[in-house]
Design a protein around this ligand. Structure first.
Ligand SMILES: [Zn+2]
Length: 133
């Protein structure tokens, strides 16, 4: 028996006000990394982000922002993380992939504009990102 698997076109949809909050948070944290939890839902390959949570026990420095996942409450609406790269390209580092959380990792590069924002999966592959209203 062979089943043909339906392949969905994956993408990440960020609400406009969520994107604005991410960008101002990253600007505020500069030159350190900022890290936030993404809230939302995933359906048919479309990851919709409609909220943000400041992670508990977060520690951030100029090169790494992280928090122990075990401190996170179990919440199905936590679908990923966003963090900034104050001095590097918005591509995931090896550390980022090792600390992958959820379905998507959004990385914001300097100077924290709309076009500095990229979404990645746990394998380091880029996921198309669009801004919804
Ligand atoms: Zn990083």
């Amino acid at each position: 028996m062979f089943f043909k698997r339906t392949k969905y076109e994956r993408r990440v949809v960020l609400h406009r006000e969520v994107l604005d909050s991410i960008l101002s948070y990253c600007q505020m944290k500069h030159p350190n990394e900022g890290v936030l939890i993404l809230k939302g839902k995933s359906k048919n390959g479309v990851i919709t982000v409609d909220g943000l949570v400041i992670p508990p026990f977060s520690n951030s420095g100029p090169t790494f922002a992280g928090f122990p996942h075990s401190f996170l409450p179990f919440d199905m609406s936590y679908i990923g993380m966003v963090h900034s790269h104050p001095s590097g390209p918005a591509t995931p580092s090896v550390t980022d992939l090792h600390n992958f959380f959820g379905l998507v990792s959004v990385i914001v590069g300097f100077p924290y504009e709309d076009k500095s924002v990229f979404a990645w999966d746990s394998g380091g592959k880029q996921i198309p990102l669009e801004v919804g209203s």
